[in-house]
Design a protein around this ligand. Structure first.
Ligand SMILES: [Zn+2]
Length: 387
């Protein structure tokens, strides 16, 4: 994968650059206006009136917050009250769970950038804080991650009107760019991504989706890496895709290779939030990218993809993460980048070398897409068929 560099910002539009002068903290979230209520046309005397259909939505919640370390934070206690969950300290002053009758839903830990939702590791933009005998979560993380995950029905106005129909899948790298490599096992990322993508295309088509690929052969899309990556994202916009998925495999330096393995899923970092691998932020942190139009859908999509990959592959959970990656900055449809396994880890790379594991990865991604589609479909009632 390629992180968008600060230097790359030079090519971004003047409008994006202007956003760099925006205040460091986001303005308080305004309550979204309720969805307009469709009004049934006046009924003729002989016909019964058509039923009025409304989307099940609630006005956005205004979170009570406290200013801590120059940012707004919501207490875990207030989160629990709002969601009707019971709180318990797992470790006093350090780790707290929020549970319902079915079990633990959230787990937060002091000083951690990640939390757990329904057992899945979810990265936040800011560490959880311990203050006044309570844990606090950044309000931006509550609004942009926690609430869309737990209550997607409260965000209907920001979600696509229904499940995706046309999906663009991107096999990372290609041609002269091999991507990550495991030289011992003679494995190139570019070959593995293409193999998985071709399998995934067939599966999604069987499920009824239309699928377009950014590449179906061993080629680059442009000679330079920057334009190659932007070209991949542009394909999604050109065909007016409803979803963009970029398939990759990760690697670390040789000294870390034996201990680093597992699955990561990335979606675009919200404006003003730190990416998961970023501790300080830079000018890009304040920039609103086209990819930010789908912040809410990206959370729902990324979570379901990550969950599906973990459940199927039984890999270690390296987290549902955020990144200003070039292929995520520019698509205007919901988009995710998948790093299902580590090529630098010989055990995991050996699995990647088998068609069986690559089939499993493709199936897990297809299941994740189905879960995302089912969530979107379940949020709005299906239209009544004409009689
Ligand atoms: Zn890659």
């Amino acid at each position: 994968m390629a992180r968008l560099s600060a230097r790359g910002l030079l090519v971004i539009t003047v409008a994006a650059l202007a956003a760099c002068h925006a205040p460091a903290q986001p303005p308080p979230a305004a309550a979204s206006p309720p969805l307009p209520v469709p009004v049934a046309p006046a009924a003729k005397a002989e016909a019964p009136p058509a039923p009025v259909r409304t989307a099940p939505t609630r006005p956005a919640h205004l979170w009570p917050f406290t200013r801590l370390q120059d940012a707004d934070y919501v207490s875990v206690d207030d989160l629990a009250k709002h969601y009707g969950l019971k709180t318990a300290w797992v470790k006093m002053g350090f780790a707290r769970t929020l549970a319902d009758a079915g079990g633990v839903r959230f787990k937060f830990e002091s000083n951690q950038r990640d939390c757990y939702f329904d057992g899945v590791r979810v990265f936040l933009g800011a560490p959880v804080q311990f203050h006044f005998g309570e844990l606090w979560v950044s309000k931006l993380d509550v609004v942009k991650t926690i609430d869309p995950l737990f209550r997607p029905e409260d965000h209907l106005a920001q979600l696509p009107p229904g499940p995706p129909k046309l999906i663009v899948i991107d096999a990372g790298h290609g041609g002269a760019d091999p991507g990550k490599q495991n030289l011992k096992l003679k494995l190139n990322e570019k070959d593995l991504t293409l193999d998985v993508v071709l399998r995934l295309k067939k599966l999604l088509e069987l499920q009824g989706y239309a699928v377009r690929l950014t590449r179906s052969e061993d080629v680059k899309l442009a000679p330079e890496q920057r334009t190659d990556l932007e070209r991949r994202a542009a394909v999604a916009d050109e065909v007016k895709a409803d979803l963009f998925l970029s398939v990759h495999f990760n690697a670390v330096e040789a000294r870390d290779a034996p201990r680093v393995s597992g699955t990561e899923t990335y979606v675009m970092t919200p404006q003003f939030q730190l990416s998961s691998t970023d501790n300080n932020g830079d000018s890009l942190t304040k920039t609103a990218f086209p990819g930010n139009r789908q912040d809410t859908a990206n959370v729902v999509l990324g979570y379901h993809l990550h969950r599906s990959l973990l459940e199927s592959l039984k890999t270690s959970d390296r987290g549902f993460k955020r990144g200003r990656l070039r292929v995520l900055c520019f698509p205007t449809c919901p988009a995710a980048l998948l790093e299902a396994a580590y090529l630098s880890n010989d055990t995991e790379a050996a699995r990647l070398g088998t068609p069986e594991f690559r089939r499993q990865i493709a199936e897990a991604i297809a299941s994740g897409v189905q879960a995302y589609s089912a969530t979107l479909a379940g949020l709005r009632p299906a239209p009544t068929p004409p009689k």
